[in-house]
Design a protein around this ligand. Sequence first.
Ligand SMILES: [Zn+2]
Ligand SMILES: [Zn+2]
Length: 348
Amino acid sequence: MGGNFCIKCGRSNTQLFKGLCRECFLKEYKPLEVPERIEVEVCPHCNAQLINGKWTGRGIPEDEIIYRALENNIIKKVEDIIIDLEILQKRGTISSCLVRAEAKILGEKITQDFYTEVRLKKRACPYCSRYKSGYYEAVIQLRADERSLELEEIKKAEQLINKTLQKSWGKDKLAYLAKKTRQKEGADYYIGSYKAAKRVITALREEFGGIVGESPKLMGRDKSTGKNIYRIWISFKLPKFKEGDFISYKGRTGLIKAMDSHGILFYDLDRQEMSTVLWREYQRIERIATPADIKKTTVTAISPSRIQILDPISYEPIDLKLKPGMENLKIGDQVSVIQINNKTYILG
Ligand SMILES: [Zn+2]
Ligand SMILES: [Zn+2]
């Protein structure tokens, strides 16, 4: 049988694999296809990569991007294969890499090395381009109703804004603060996406309670789509009162204990019980005193049903009904009182 020889080394009388002897076949066999050069488009700001026309991943370390690029561009020719990846050297945006393959061919373990280059082409992703251009969809106007904001409130609000945006950033690529401006009455926060702004509002309401209003503003028209471009202004007003303030609501007098997104929890000073009022009733609530209005005075007489104290301003004696919780007071004790609408309440 003529022609039974290896076309590479000429050895004859041997089993051939694709025209080669076993030795030459193993030498020639490529268990992997590795391109000489791999290019990846990477956003220099957020490290997102352009894969199949889509920007994916964020904040991924550069080495990880290189390894992923290698994995995505290697074609395996056999099933039974172990691949080892190594970055040998980095020069700027070009990384020289080694791909080592261990495979079993014809029952024999072979190791082959492939060398390739991964080039990172830096290009800002559409989200970072928007961020850089100052793009925003919503503005949160932080204010306080009928008073000015306190520095502490602004600080607390900004912590919440940053925390919420950071938490959303993985999912919502426009969850960023584009700009912040301070006004005499408060502060404005320009947020990349309306969705993220809504999340921020939810977080703020949970912390402070407060009143929210929205108004879209027409900014112009998109030349390419012909659609109107709107931005949403969200007014977020902290209530005129704070925890510890005294309020009047439907003829009741209360001391505010807590506030959240649902309503206001107050202690009714006449009924001596806790009560809640919802935010939709806000306009009917009046702030009538603050902790600064609390005064100290002295107990001058006490009986099983009555208590007498001195008016903290006129020092005239005031006779009040002894209420639960006052049983342990003694003559000469100092008590805190608040005077509202000619009524005096002992706070304890
Ligand atoms: Zn041969
Ligand atoms: Zn980006």
